[in-house]
Design a protein around this ligand. Structure first.
Ligand SMILES: [Zn+2]
Length: 333
């Protein structure tokens, strides 16, 4: 009886695998772009409350993920996506925004497993000169128990309440220009008599970036200067965001920056015209965070799949083979 069950299970697994392979071949899914943001140490992850768990992985989980990917896939450099000498089931690792932990925590693990990656830098955060609005909002909520926002009072004693309000504020602020985001946060601070200095140093320094730029496993890409929602900007403003960032990066790195990542990257943050405008800079690739399949003929709108702390084993595999993104695209999730 037990042997029969084992055989049935094995047949099940094999047929599932064959079926999956057929789908992957049919849609010609051979390269998948994965997207990370932060890789924080295990102590911080356990001890600090935070939203957006899907944008954060611990070093422990990150190592497990990179080990699995390096053993089961071909983790390649973004510069090799057209190479014919590399076998299928290719993975491109990408990191957005330019967090310091990419250098401190992620790089040693990438080195250990010899995995290339690209880091997209939003240059206004470099050297911690600017502080992103999402970090300010979270820090405000973390340090308050009651808060008045838009004339409404919120009790945010519990973590779930803070996360819920954070989600609500993010939805409002992501669609605003930087100036309005700044005003909105300033109003919350003054209306609630909050005194916060926003002193955390979470981003790369120029020195870190220089050393990453010289590293054989690391490619540096552009993520604009101010990380604005490009859908809100006119042509001149978009040109400013790209050229300012390119100038800073190319001066530090003393080489050409060939790749671009759209801030936020979801559909509500860019249009066909935005892509056309960015394309004028002749980037070799432009990545989004939309779901879909990477088609080598269209390197101007490459979909990527976000990887979080829960993405291990089967979950990671389903994302890494591209099936997850394809299904989400079909379901328009
Ligand atoms: Zn970003």
């Amino acid at each position: 009886m037990r042997i029969k069950k084992k055989i049935r299970n094995s047949v099940n697994i094999i047929s599932k695998k064959l079926f999956t392979n057929k789908i992957l071949n049919f849609f010609n899914i051979n390269t998948v772009f994965l997207n990370y943001h932060r890789v924080i140490n295990n102590y911080d992850f356990i001890n600090f409350l935070r939203p957006n768990d899907d944008l954060i992985v611990t070093t422990k989980v990150f190592e497990e993920q990179i080990k699995y990917l390096s053993e089961n896939f071909n983790v390649i450099s973004i510069n090799d996506i057209h190479s014919k000498n590399i076998k299928d089931r290719k993975i491109v690792l990408t990191f957005d925004d330019g967090y310091l932990d990419n250098y401190i925590n992620a790089l040693p693990i990438l080195e250990k497993y010899n995995c290339p990656a690209i880091l997209y830098i939003a240059t206004s955060y470099l050297d911690n000169i600017e502080y992103p609005w999402w970090s300010k909002v979270w820090e405000i909520l973390l340090n308050t128990k009651n808060i008045r926002v838009d004339g409404k009072k919120f009790e945010i004693d519990k973590n779930e309440e803070k996360i819920r309000l954070y989600g609500y504020l993010c939805k409002i602020l992501i669609s605003q220009k930087k100036k309005i985001q700044h005003e909105y946060i300033k109003n919350i601070i003054s209306e609630n008599n909050i005194s916060l200095s926003f002193h955390k140093k979470e981003f790369l320094t120029t020195e870190n970036l220089k050393s990453l730029g010289n590293h054989k496993l690391i490619e540096i890409g552009c993520h604009t200067h101010n990380h604005e929602n490009l859908k809100n900007l006119n042509e001149n403003e978009i040109n400013y965001e790209i050229s300012k960032s390119l100038n800073i990066l190319e001066k530090i790195l003393s080489k050409k920056v060939k790749h671009f990542s759209i801030p936020y990257g979801v559909k509500k943050t860019f249009t066909r015209e935005t892509i056309n405008l960015i394309s004028k800079y002749n980037f070799q690739t432009i990545v989004t965070t939309e779901h879909g399949i990477f088609n080598k003929k269209n390197c101007n709108q490459i979909p990527r799949i976000g990887i979080g702390n829960l993405d291990v084993k089967d979950r990671l595999n389903s994302k890494a083979i591209g099936l997850d993104s394809l299904i989400n695209k079909i379901l328009r999730r």
